[in-house]
Structures are given as structure tokens and as C-alpha cells.
Design a protein around this ligand. Structure first.
Ligand code: ADP
Ligand code: ADP
Length: 226
């Protein structure tokens, strides 16, 4: 059974614009899939439909064996990292990462344990008492990731999380994200318009153009073979 299964997904916005055109895609449990394509091709729309932040016009969205078309985001158990990783400025790094657990009234001891584990994975252990304003861009980005991975989610969804970082940091973070995903083994869908990111991250690449899924395969299959 696929972790995430999309069947003939269509999105037509209220102004009539069709942003996603009959997309079908199965994502295996633990798989890291990159959704790549030029700006405006419908990547964010598709990701937002997986999370439930956008209604599906037609088609079926399955998480495991549950059809989630009508389910609110809070009933899907997914974790998303946005391009503009809004951190809470008045909270420390620790409390920013802990936030999703606090919302669920997780016991303190478990919060400490989980935040510590996430912070270690993301090399934030020394910064847990600091406020976001005093962190570098890369560190803030890690805090946003920490907030996403701190809770056991069925999948992580990343929407161009590195686009605000400089090229050097982006390369470094790519490596870290790939490593983190393998360590956690959590199903991941990662949206980017960056070919390099698509080729170096993830198990499989799905290429979207004008709302249509054009190709799906490994980097090798898509970019190296004649
Ligand atoms: P991408 O993430 O690939 O850049 P988006 O999913 O954000 O693309 O957008 C896909 C298309 O849908 C774009 O042409 C965009 O203008 C359009 N679109 C996005 N949001 C809306 C909306 N709320 N209403 C109408 N059209 C939208
Ligand atoms: P609140 O619970 O305070 O109303 P929100 O309105 O931000 O918080 O979100 C409600 C629920 O929807 C959250 O508890 C969360 O599980 C889910 N949710 C909202 N946004 C996202 C997202 N981007 N990714 C995953 N889940 C989300």
C-alpha cells in the first residue's frame, strides 16, 4: 500500500484556472519524492492539496488506506515546511521546535526528549535557548525543519524550503536533509524548481509542467540515459 496515493487529481481555482490537470502518483512508504517544475506549474497547489490546505476539485487523495479529500489538515497527520518558515520571534529555539507538541499537550519529559533528538539531527543543540532574531538564515531554516520533524507524522512536505538561502548553504542543507530523511525513514514530498536539488535529493523525481505530470523516475532514468 502506498503512503500517499493521488488518483486523477484536478484543481480548478474559483477564477476557472486549472492549476493541476489529472495527476496520478503513488508514493511508497518511506520514499523521498521530489516534485520539480518551473514556477507556476502547480507544485505548491498539489502539495497544498496533499496537506489539505486547498480543496480538491476532483480525484482521490489517499493517505495510507484513508481517503482524505474531505479531511481538515489537523486530521491528516502530515508535517509541512514552508518557503517562508515563520518562526515565533518571542519564543526560544526550543519552544519553537516544541510548539506542535505543546499544541497536543505532550508531557514535558517527552517534549524535552523529542526536541533534543530533533535538535541533534539538525545541529541545533547549542542554540536551543536563543531567539530566532539572533540566528543565521540557515539556522532558522533548521528550526523550521525541527518543528516539522519533532512529531511523528505520516509524511513530511517541503515547499521550496531552501530558496531563501545562499548557494553554499543550500548545498550543505541538501546533504543534511537527505541524511535526515534517511535516518528518520519518513515519507517525504519535496517541492522545488531547482534541477540540481531534484537530481541530488530524493529517491524519485516527478516532473510537472502546466499542471500535467510529465515524467516520474529516478535521477538516472530522467537525466542520464539517452
Ligand atoms: P508553483 O508552486 O509550481 O509555482 P502554484 O501551484 O503556486 O505553482 O500555481 C499554479 C498556477 O495556479 C499558477 O498559474 C498560479 O497563478 C495559479 N494559482 C495559484 N493560486 C491561485 C488562486 N488562489 N487562484 C487562482 N489561481 C491560482
Ligand atoms: P490551530 O490548531 O491553532 O487552529 P492552525 O489553524 O494553524 O492551528 O492549524 C490547525 C491544524 O491544522 C494544526 O493543528 C495542524 O495539525 C494542521 N495544519 C495547519 N497547517 C498545516 C501545515 N502547513 N502542515 C500540516 N498541518 C497543518
Amino acid at each position: 500500500m502506498a503512503a500517499i496515493s493521488m488518483r486523477n487529481i484536478v484543481k480548478r481555482y474559483s477564477d476557472g484556472y486549472q492549476a493541476v490537470d489529472n495527476v496520478s502518483l503513488d508514493i511508497a512508504d518511506g520514499e523521498f519524492v521530489i516534485l520539480v517544475g518551473p514556477s507556476g506549474c502547480g507544485k505548491s497547489t498539489l502539495l497544498r492539496m496533499i496537506v489539505g490546505l486547498e480543496d480538491i476539485t476532483s480525484g482521490d487523495m489517499m493517505i495510507g488506506d484513508v481517503r482524505v479529500n474531505q479531511k481538515a489538515p489537523r486530521d491528516r497527520n502530515l508535517s509541512m515546511v514552508f518557503q517562508n518558515y515563520a518562526l515565533y520571534p518571542h519564543l526560544t529555539v526550543f519552544e519553537n521546535i516544541a510548539f506542535p507538541l505543546r499544541l497536543r499537550n505532550t508531557p514535558d519529559a517527552e517534549v524535552r526528549e523529542r526536541v533534543r533528538t530533533a535538535a541533534e539531527l539538525l545541529q541545533l543543540t547549542e542554540h536551543l535557548d536563543r531567539k530566532p532574531a539572533h540566528l543565521s538564515g540557515g539556522q532558522r531554516q533548521r528550526v523550521a525543519m525541527g518543528r516539522a520533524i519533532v512529531r511523528k507524522a505520516d509524511a513530511f512536505l517541503f515547499d521550496e524550503p531552501l530558496s531563501n538561502l545562499d548557494a553554499k548553504l543550500r548545498g550543505q542543507m541538501r546533504t543534511e536533509i537527505a541524511r535526515m530523511q534517511k535516518r528518520l525513514g519518513t515519507t517525504t514530498v519535496y517541492v522545488t524548481h531547482d534541477q540540481t536539488e531534484a537530481m541530488t535529493l530524493g529517491d524519485r523525481i516527478a516532473v510537472l509542467r502546466r499542471g500535467v505530470l510529465q515524467q516520474v523516475g529516478t535521477a538516472r532514468q530522467l537525466y542520464e540515459e539517452p
